[in-house]
Design a protein around this ligand. Sequence first.
Ligand SMILES: Cc1ncc(COP(=O)(O)O)c(C=O)c1O
Length: 358
Amino acid sequence: MTPKAAAHIKTMSAFALANFGGHDRTTLAQNESAFPPSPRAIQAGQEAAARSHLYPDPDWTLLRDAVARAYNIERDLVLCGAGSMDLIASTIATFAGPGAEVLSTAFAYNFAASAAARVGATYVKAAERDFVLAIDAILAAVRPATRIVFICNPGNPTGTCIRNTELLRLRAALPGDVLLIVDQAYGEFDDQDPQPVFALAGRGDTVVLRSLSKAYGLAGARVGWGLFAPGIAAEVRKMQNSNQVSTVSLAMALAAIEDQAYMRATVARTAKIRDRFAQSLRAAGYEVADSRTNFVLVRFPDPAAAEIADRTLRDADIIVRGLAGYGLTDCLRITVGQQDVMDRALRILTGMRGRQSW
Ligand SMILES: Cc1ncc(COP(=O)(O)O)c(C=O)c1O
């Protein structure tokens, strides 16, 4: 006799990260920042390492204050976690369970499916339209068992964004007892005013999540935050591991948030490289979704062409993300790296298109 995993864990599949083989190769597969974090964050992390014999502040006091100041929000609404993944998992575990449905969309960030499976909830996907969230399709898929609607805006792996007015329309039309989770891991790349979406959190039926992994270049530090109304926060905190954000990560996140100028400059540099790359690919005849993130979704004529491109890039030591897990076998997702890497990737892809080698 050997110990057996719980039945619902046995039947779920593990969340699949990109098969990138380590950071000794050029990885454009994980939507990491092309640029390192603020020098101030690096220095703060080094100093904080010396305090690692002490447990971190479980209430993230300084970080919450800094987030509240930087984003012009109420600090008591802010919860932090070990990446926004941690907050996605804790929130879904709090509001869904066996018999409940978590409704998401065709190309929403797949980790939400794992988070739902972990607690025995059913994960349902509403259609998207041309790689863009379709509010009416989401509303049409709501059923009595729906406990959570999970959406990403901007989306991953699509990179596209809907207008805030559409998001507000979704919330207004959803039943009041359905929790709406708005994942804005790439929110700093969206040029819309974030306040109308942040304000939804005050209603007590909506959670808005942000990450320091993308615009702030802190994917390795694992810090995310979100806006949670007090009644929701009190329950979600029961599901969080205490002390889950380390002393070093808290210090890095605090310094990074306090260096808004560096973050803005990083976002602008990244967006410039992205837009040039996307436009050049379109000029070469590729279909490229309109991105408000640090990556682009490229559609190939067919799955075979996408596979050849993936292999050719890999042979040149550039690892990108295949999307079979989303059923998008004719697409690749390419994270925006530094200019020289993107130029290399572009030469390879335009060369293939020119030769029509598929
Ligand atoms: C839409 C979306 N949400 C959440 C995450 C997870 O981010 P974090 O590193 O903050 O856990 C990602 C990471 O790629 C993402 O794309």
